[in-house]
Design a protein around this ligand. Structure first.
Ligand code: NAD
Ligand code: DAU
Length: 361
């Protein structure tokens, strides 16, 4: 048995691959991991799998149809688990083109290749095949304060180039099921955090900036709300949906943990004050309000009752346990942090933050 995973060298994908091969229930199943190794992909995330007989890494792009066809024909996976994407909202504002190419064209290419492969199967293999599309709560747009959390039937109202490209990919997946019968499942998850999170996103950026004594840039008034989920809970939810999700269905995944950005940043500062006190004083002194993100969604919240009701999944971590593990991980993995802070990373910080500081709120 084999899985084809896309984007398995990124943040969530690498956690998924590591968890899959660590679990005795799935460790016998080969994972073919197709990843283009963009700035966000990092083989160091997978260093513990070096030489692992069940991990086949393929450096390549999901938009290359011939490559995807070849991998499907050679490895004959029972499922495709599709993580690969451009994933950072701020980058999508500065340069949306890559998001359209990978998130839309890439998903289209995978669907067509999967459809071709699936049509050659018969019997049990055809019935068992799955295309699992990993998507986001951002496709639903922004919630007013007090409005009910996103259910799976909430209208799609994406507001950023990133979320629009993910919404487009969700629609493609839906259409390939309804038109061609491709056996798909889609999951829409809230904000993840945990090990191997690239430090362009809020939580790891705040941890690494604080440790470097740099400003902690909070966009706008810091009152935007996200629903945070520890990444290992996301990977366990994907496993549940892959194993038992109903075909053609979407499942929302969330942590039942809505928090304002400023509270997240203050919590990180408090944990660092406890775990690595700074002689200069609390890390909270570094909090700096900067110009807001254009089109910034105010609130996301996930209603995760469907996946609990149908598949019995609930998050194992609370925010308190998850954020402590995460801060501890960054404290213990300074080498990984230093390596990802390459020239390209520094260029991104200059692109995203230089102009914001000038117009701080
Ligand atoms: P990430 O940016 O950390 O990793 C993306 C991975 O995809 C990288 O390894 C990158 O090299 C690879 N990739 C990018 N373009 C590619 C291409 N054209 N061909 C092959 N590989 C390519 O992203 P992430 O945070 O791990 O997110 C994974 C998926 O989960 C995405 O689809 C994202 O939309 C979704 N998601 C993320 C979150 C979150 O909080 N991070 C929440 C919900 C859903
Ligand atoms: O909701 C799921 C989504 O969560 C995923 O689909 C995306 O791939 C993932 O990147 C994430 O998107 P967000 O835009 O919510 O995450 P980010 O970490 O970039 O920002 C979280 C919040 O923090 C958001 O309101 C913007 C704010 N922020 C972010 C950065 C990087 C700041 O205030 N300062 C910052 O420097």
């Amino acid at each position: 048995m084999t899985l084809l995973v896309t984007g398995g060298a990124g943040f969530i994908g690498s956690n998924f691959v590591l968890d899959w091969l660590a679990d005795p229930a799935t460790a016998n199943e080969t994972v073919v991991n197709l990843d283009a190794l963009t700035y966000a992909g990092n083989l160091r995330n997978l260093a513990s799998l070096q030489g692992h007989p069940k991990h086949v890494f393929v450096h390549g792009d999901i938009t290359e149809r011939a490559l995807v066809d070849r991998l499907l024909a050679e490895h004959r996976p029972r499922a495709v688990v599709h993580f690969a994407a451009e994933s950072h909202v701020d980058r999508s504002i500065h340069g949306p083109g890559a998001f359209m190419k990978t998130n839309i064209d890439g998903t289209f290419t995978l669907l067509e290749a999967a459809r071709g492969f699936w049509s050659t199967l018969d019997g049990d293999a055809k019935a068992a095949f799955r295309f699992h599309h990993v998507s986001t709560d951002e496709v639903y747009g922004s919630l007013q304060p007090g409005a009910p959390a996103f259910t799976e039937t909430h209208p799609y109202e994406p507001n950023s180039p990133y979320s629009a490209s993910k919404a487009a990919s969700d629609h493609l997946v839906r259409a390939w099921h309804h038109t061609y019968g491709l056996p798909v499942v889609t999951t829409n998850c809230s904000n993840n955090y945990g090990p191997w999170h690239f430090p362009e996103k809020l939580i790891p950026l705040m941890i690494v900036n604080a440790l470097a004594g740099k400003p902690l840039p909070v966009y706008g008034d810091g009152q935007q709300i996200r629903d945070w989920l520890y990444v290992k809970d996301h990977t366990s939810a994907i496993r549940a949906v892959l194993a038992r999700g109903r075909l053609g269905e979407t499942y929302n995944i969330g942590g039942w943990n809505e928090q304002a950005n400023i509270d997240i940043v203050r919590r990180i500062c408090a944990l660092l004050d406890e775990l690595k006190p700074d002689a200069a004083g609390s890390y909270a002194r570094l909090i700096t309000f900067v110009a807001d993100r254009p089109g910034h969604d105010r609130r996301y919240a996930i209603d995760a009752r469907k996946i609990e009701r149908e598949l019995g999944w609930r998050p194992a971590e609370t925010f308190e346990t998850g954020i402590r593990k995460t801060v501890e991980w960054y404290l213990a993995n300074g080498d990984w942090v230093r390596e990802v802070q390459s020239g390209g990373y520094r260029d991104w910080l200059a692109t995203n933050y230089a102009a914001r500081a000038a117009s701080a709120a």
